[in-house]
Design a protein around this ligand. Structure first.
Ligand code: SF4
Length: 234
């Protein structure tokens, strides 16, 4: 029996963000992150100064994870934290194989700093990467938030999106520069408002929408914030 370090599993709910916003989804949130964004909305997956990670993150068998997912439907979103920190664990491969056997579409949300093995990538339908702009602040231990260069070529052959957290139009410009440096197809570039309060997200969405349309990229809502606020597990 193989294990993964899991923060929480919840659903069915809706995917609130990115290219599949509004789709029925169930989330597997894995523990641990190699970055420490100042506005992180899931610090309970990595921040030991604020949370007891022995309580927050549990080793869970893949069989148990799959059993929980069998009670849901829709896409399965593996997120974090940074889920690819566990990409080389046997449990990660076993989870993907179990989901494939069940015919469940698998999406992974990542900060993009880690390129997983090819066999892992081949078992994932959609990858959504969120590289960090300067608005995320410095990362603990001087961790480098730079996107792994191996992602760029993949974006031209498979469904790999960028979803970049922005506060304002200057951030949108920075997001476009980043995407262009990587020659990322603009149809797969999304900007998303920072915020965990519906009013904040709504206000920033209005600002970002105009800038994104002008730049020829996409803008993402945060539907779960609109529906439930910052309620954990929704
Ligand atoms: S990369 Fe994601 S999970 Fe990690 S600190 Fe930043 S926002 Fe939080």
């Amino acid at each position: 029996m193989t294990n993964l370090h899991v923060s929480e599993i919840f659903g069915p709910t809706v995917q609130g963000e990115g290219p599949y916003a509004g789709r029925r989804a169930t989330f597997v949130r894995l523990g641990g992150c190699n970055l420490s964004c100042i506005w992180c909305d899931t610090p309970y997956t990595w921040d030991s100064s604020r949370f007891d990670l022995r309580q927050e993150i549990r080793p869970s068998s893949v069989d148990d994870i799959l059993e929980q997912l069998d009670g849901s439907d829709g896409i399965v979103v593996i997120t974090g934290g940074e889920p690819f920190l566990q990409a080389r664990a046997v449990g990660f491969t076993d989870l993907l194989a179990g989901l494939r056997k069940r015919g469940r579409p698998v999406h992974v949300e990542s900060n993009g700093t880690i390129l997983p093995p090819t066999a892992v990538l081949q078992a994932i339908d959609v990858v959504v990467l969120s590289p960090k702009l300067a608005n995320a602040g410095p990362h603990r231990g001087s961790q480098d938030p730079t996107l792994d260069p191996g992602w760029g070529p993949l974006a031209r052959t498979r469904e790999v999106h960028l979803k970049i957290v922005c506060f304002d139009a200057q951030d949108v410009a920075a997001a476009v520069r980043l995407a262009d440096e990587l020659s990322w197809p603009r149809k797969s570039v999304w900007v998303m408002p920072e915020g965990t309060r519906a009013e904040t997200v709504h206000r920033r969405f209005q600002t970002l929408a105009d800038a994104a349309i002008t730049a020829g990229i996409n803008v993402s809502p945060r539907l779960h914030i609109s529906a439930w606020g910052d309620l954990r597990g929704r």
